[in-house]
Design a protein around this ligand. Structure first.
Ligand SMILES: *Cc1c(COP(=O)(O)O)cnc(C)c1O
Length: 231
């Protein structure tokens, strides 16, 4: 039996330690519990422990769980196909995975139709691995500029995924690059583009992410246990 309360205590303690080491306020870092593939019963347990932010990477699953677990914030963290935007547009608190103008234009259209301003993060492929989604760091500023012209989208920051099996030091260096990119984009002072959120860090690298300036960490297996299916 997975002890979600104990796992959460441990994660929160580690987050607090990392924040203190970095000289940051623990409250400035939001824990997103990644509940993909996990049953609603486990999500309810996390809610009982005070978790209010959940991450899903499949639009359909987010849409279902949104109905079953009300009064929490749902984050879409996985790759989003344009034809799935309609499934989550009225449900997603924050979309972490915007990496193309075409996707942003679909979000704009759907958000406009329900009179919503959709908060998003731009996913950046910092590592340059070809298997990763995300815009390249070089193209990110221009993408932000173009998306900023869409009135129903608000860019709140950047998101990235690190490389599996990277060491703590390698992760920190990689995450630091995202933080630098965010600073660079902030200095461009693009109207309507904010760089207040940096979503980075998963179960195996969230300490490094917090040391490098993450404001949101996305933790799945460290809270809910390993997943059977790899998604
Ligand atoms: C699955 C997933 C996570 C959580 O991964 P864990 O290693 O289980 O913590 C975080 N971010 C994204 C984008 C994911 O797909």
């Amino acid at each position: 039996m997975m002890d979600i309360a104990a796992n959460l205590n441990m994660v929160r303690e580690q987050m607090r330690c990392a924040a203190e080491t970095a000289g940051r306020k623990p409250e400035s870092i939001r824990l997103i519990a990644v509940s993909k593939t996990k049953p609603v019963s486990m999500i309810r347990e996390a809610v009982a422990c005070g978790v209010r932010d959940f991450g899903e990477n499949r639009p359909q699953e987010l849409a279902q769980k949104f109905v079953e677990v009300p009064n929490v914030r749902w984050h879409l963290i996985g790759q989003l196909q344009r034809n799935k935007v309609k499934l989550i547009i009225d449900k997603a608190f924050l979309i972490h995975s915007v990496d193309s103008l075409a996707l942003a234009e679909e979000i704009e259209k759907r958000a406009a139709a329900i009179d919503k301003i959709q908060d998003v993060l731009i996913q950046v492929n910092i590592s340059g691995e070809s298997t990763k989604s995300g815009v390249s760091p070089e193209e990110a500023p221009d993408l932000c500029r173009k998306i900023s012209l869409l009135p129903h989208i608000r860019i709140l920051g950047l998101m990235t995924i690190s490389v599996k099996d990277f060491s703590e030091d390698e992760n920190r260096a990689l995450f630091a690059k995202l933080q630098e990119l965010a600073k660079k984009i902030e200095q461009m002072e693009i109207p309507g583009v904010f760089m207040q959120e940096i979503s980075m860090g998963m179960t195996h690298d969230y300490t490094a992410a917090i040391l490098a300036g993450a404001t949101m960490v996305r933790i799945g297996s460290g809270i809910f246990g390993e997943r059977n299916t790899k998604i």
